[in-house]
Design a protein around this ligand. Structure first.
Ligand SMILES: *Cc1c(COP(=O)(O)O)cnc(C)c1O
Length: 404
């Protein structure tokens, strides 16, 4: 089992006070905190090997290039990709999704269909809407039920030989619902559609196996998994990455440039134009090592305890409604209190040192479905504790008394 106090000591930010109270950080769904090893690795890079990669023959450039490629290899092993060149460094999930959506502009014809779900983050909705506007393809949306779960029978009905790509999140950021993606991937493949999985909320909690899932693309961000902001990964199957055109033109992504014709570099460089976040990519590797040293089985078991504790304790509050009550959930509780605006609760509990997210969580269609302006979202990480959850419940009760 996890020694939580020892783990908490790895995260310097957690020991501070906010508004005179011990910080309770429950906004892990927006971004995770960083352990000291990650912070140190970022400093070490700039102190010792900073240089541009893939260009110079000089020693530092070689060292930086090697470290960057070692990190790519770590990601490949972590997600069990077949080849390291199927692992593209990006600036985050948003970048990865846009890269794929942009590439599909050269594939889709008017009348083709793109299937998204009602549970998506805006970054897995808007790029596809833009793609449909550009190509004349049609956006189809998988509905949800009152528990916040995708209605899979409706998904099955949406699929046809017109479906060219299905794009769905592994875990919903707004509600914490875990989607049955293995089933959806196989089903989409049976009509010949490609599948992109938005794994932004999954990678902090589990280790995806892209070969076992058999997804065509899997996008995630570094900053939600203890890594630096401005880092991310797009996994793509080799055959798809070869088929898609480059996203951005520039240095590093070419084989040969003349004014008559430019030829593109091999994978992964074809999709990595310009100078990337070199330090960030290397340090993402450190973050993955750190998470694996804690162990995803331990993380999942402990976070499940936190989820159950929070659900039980919050249910004591009169007039509370929890959104996303499906069986299969990550450690996220999204809720509202009768007659009180989520923003007001968030502001009061912030004064008590408690950081939660309030609002629509970049998922307005979900809020529209439940006819609410937003929710209060507490998203837990393996470095949180039951005592912190108790402190939040007390604070929410206090806010309720003050506001009613
Ligand atoms: C955070 C998040 C994104 C966007 O990630 P960025 O790091 O902002 O690019 C996309 N999808 C989901 C489900 C998310 O939680």
């Amino acid at each position: 089992m996890l020694d939580i106090q020892k783990i908490r000591a790895d995260f310097p930010i957690l020991s501070q006070t906010v508004n005179g109270k011990p910080l309770v950080y429950f906004d892990n769904g927006a971004t995770s905190q960083k352990p000291q090893v990650v912070i140190d690795a970022e400093i070490k890079y700039y102190n010792e090997i900073n240089a541009n990669i893939h260009r110079g023959v000089h020693t530092l450039s070689q060292l930086a290039t090697d470290a960057y490629e070692v990190a790519r290899g770590k990601v490949k092993d972590h997600i069990n990709a077949k080849f390291a060149h199927e692992v593209l460094f990006t600036s985050g999930t948003t970048h990865g999704i846009n890269l794929v959506a942009n590439g599909f502009a050269s594939i889709l014809k008017p009348g083709d269909e793109v299937v998204v779900s009602s549970l998506e983050h805006h970054s897995n909705i808007v790029p596809w809407q833009m793609l449909c506007e550009k190509t004349g393809a049609v956006l189809k949306v998988i509905p949800i039920n009152d528990n916040g779960e995708l209605i899979i029978a409706e998904f099955d009905k949406l699929l046809s030989d017109k479906t060219k790509i299905v794009t769905v999140n592994h875990i919903s950021n707004a509600l914490g619902i875990i989607n049955p993606i293995k089933y959806m991937i196989d089903k989409a493949h049976s009509v010949g559609a490609a599948v992109l999985i938005d794994g932004a909320q999954a990678v902090p909690h589990l280790k995806p196996d892209v070969q076992e899932l058999d997804c065509d693309f899997y996008a995630f961000s570094g900053h939600k998994m203890c890594g630096p902001t401005g880092t991310g990964i797009l996994y793509g199957k080799e055959e798809w990455l070869n088929k898609l055109p480059p996203y951005q033109g520039g240095g590093e992504m070419i084989k040969e440039v003349t004014f008559e014709k430019t030829t593109y570099a091999d994978l992964p460089h074809k999709f990595e134009a310009g100078t990337p976040n070199i330090a960030g990519g290397i340090v993402l590797g450190t973050a993955i090592d750190y998470l694996n040293s804690v162990g995803f089985e331990n993380i999942q078991a402990y976070e499940h305890e936190l989820l159950e504790h929070a659900t039980k304790r919050l249910s004591e509050i009169e007039g509370i409604r929890i959104y996303g009550t499906g069986e299969n959930k990550a450690s996220v509780v999204s809720f509202n209190i009768d007659g009180i605006h989520p923003y007001d609760v968030g502001s009061i509990i912030d004064k008590l040192g408690i950081a939660v997210r309030t609002g629509h969580h970049c998922a307005q269609p979900i809020m529209n479905f439940f006819c609410i302006p937003g929710t209060i979202r507490a998203s837990f990480s393996f470095y949180n504790t039951k005592e912190e959850i108790d402190a939040m419940v007390d604070a929410v009760k206090k806010a309720q008394t003050m506001l009613s």
